[in-house]
Design a protein around this ligand. Structure first.
Ligand SMILES: NC(=O)c1ccc[n+]([C@@H]2O[C@H](COP(=O)([O-])OP(=O)(O)OC[C@H]3O[C@@H](n4cnc5c(N)ncnc54)[C@H](O)[C@@H]3O)[C@@H](O)[C@H]2O)c1
Length: 388
């Protein structure tokens, strides 16, 4: 089969196996080109197949030589369709890790279920004994409550009043006005249920009860704050409520983990192109302008650079982990610098479809978007027939 990208509304519905494997090799090459980090020995990554979770796993394995168990929701190939990108990426990451003599395995299933948690515990016991780092990097639109079976759907909406702004189709190079109606209380609650800290707490409690967390274990969940441009739809919107719940959960989990000398933290990461962020209104336009500014200033980072910096300059830098006044690790520090945001503001205020290519870095966005589905690499022959 010849596989070309199929993109609709900022969603790519297919993946290229060779390109997806190549993507992982690039992540791993980056980590290998950096200094070794005295980091974790055994890691559990929940949401391990894409975006920040995949890059965290790559950093743990190839900068610190950590064994890892991943949990992700991906689909294998069928006779007619390639697998989802994270399926190939997981396979490749594990192949590379095993070649280095590391334990690397994944559970493909619903992280929100009790069953997956128990399966993960069994795998940890059998293969690592215990884990000293647990990463919670899920991004999902739906969650089935494991006790009641009720399904919750998250919403990306403002709260209180409608929100009108601009969004970008980076492939059609079209800027469109978007208006989003405010969320109902039910939608706010459902978003907190899906993307808040409830499931993270269930994971940590299950691991703690099973005795598979090492003495002094750390758990980390990822959050985003963002700037004025995205605030009404992000931080002040439904997803922001979920992130506040997640951040509150860190405090609660830290108390529970005190019994083993452990801690729970949130790391606030920068805006990057992932499958999750591409579908948030306004965010693609903000990101393309941000990338141009951050590149000009030599500050541009993708998921792998962020996660390497998380390990090398925050979590495993030696000494106390630097945090903000609310106890959060901040990797969005470069994104939120006044000089960066000031220049993004100037770009935002003057951008139009006519000057888009000068003000926004469409190329960076498009190539990252394509790459994370295994497309757009010069090194891959996309006219070659692929055996699924
Ligand atoms: N993308 C950004 O700009 C950004 C910025 C800051 C923080 N974050 C946060 O980072 C975290 C990860 O987001 P991302 O952008 O890397 O997302 P992503 O879409 O790239 O990855 C999400 C991961 O979650 C897994 N997943 C989803 N539903 C699942 C389920 N039911 N069971 C098991 N696995 C499931 C997917 O398989 C994938 O591995 C989120 O909390 C997000 O809010 C993202």
């Amino acid at each position: 089969m010849i596989i070309k990208p199929m993109i609709r509304n900022n969603i790519c519905v297919n993946a290229h196996p060779k390109g997806a494997r190549f993507y992982v090799n690039r992540l791993v090459d980056y980590v290998r080109s950096q200094k070794r980090i005295e980091g974790p020995a055994n890691v559990l990554v929940i949401g391990s197949s894409a975006g920040y979770g995949l890059s965290t796993r790559a950093t743990a394995a190839f900068a610190s030589g950590a064994n890892s168990l991943g949990v992700a929701f991906e689909k294998p190939a069928s006779a007619k369709r390639p697998a989802t990108p994270g399926w190939y990426m997981t396979e490749e990451l594990e192949r590379l890790a095993r070649a280095d003599g590391l334990y690397a395995e994944s559970l493909i299933g619903d992280a929100f279920s009790h069953e997956t948690k128990q399966n993960a515990i069994a795998k940890i016991r059998e293969n690592m004994g215990s884990v000293d780092l647990v990463i919670y990097s899920l991004a999902s639109g739906v969650r089935v409550d494991p006790d009641t079976g009720e399904m919750f759907r998250s919403a990306l909406k403002p709260i209180g009043e409608p929100y009108t702004s601009y969004t970008l189709d980076p492939f059609k190079e079209e800027i469109r006005e978007v208006s989003v109606e405010p969320a109902t209380q039910e939608e706010i609650d459902a978003t907190v249920k899906v993307m808040g800290g409830e499931d993270w707490a269930l994971w940590i409690q299950a691991l703690l009860d099973a005795g598979v967390l090492s003495e002094g274990a750390t758990t980390l969940a990822y959050s985003y704050i963002g700037s004025d441009f995205t605030r009404p739809i992000y931080r002040d919107g439904t997803i922001g409520q979920a992130k506040e719940h997640l951040e509150g959960t860190a405090g609660e989990l830290s108390s529970r983990l005190a019994t083993i000398g452990g801690s729970a933290r949130v790391s606030v990461n920068k805006a990057v192109v992932t499958r999750a962020s591409a579908v948030i209104p306004v965010v693609p336009l903000y990101m393309t302008i941000l990338f141009r500014v951050m590149k000009e200033k030599g500050l541009h980072e993708g998921t792998i650079e962020q996660m390497y910096r998380l390990f090398s300059e925050r979590l495993y830098a030696g000494g106390k982990v630097p945090v903000d006044e609310e106890g959060r690790i901040r990797l969005d520090d470069w994104e939120l610098r006044d000089a960066v945001q000031g220049q993004v503001r100037a770009g935002w205020d003057s951008v139009s479809e006519e000057n888009l290519a000068e003000i926004a870095d469409l190329e960076e966005y498009r190539s990252e978007f394509l790459h994370m589905h295994g497309f757009g690499f010069d090194e891959i022959d996309y006219d070659e027939d692929v055996d699924l």
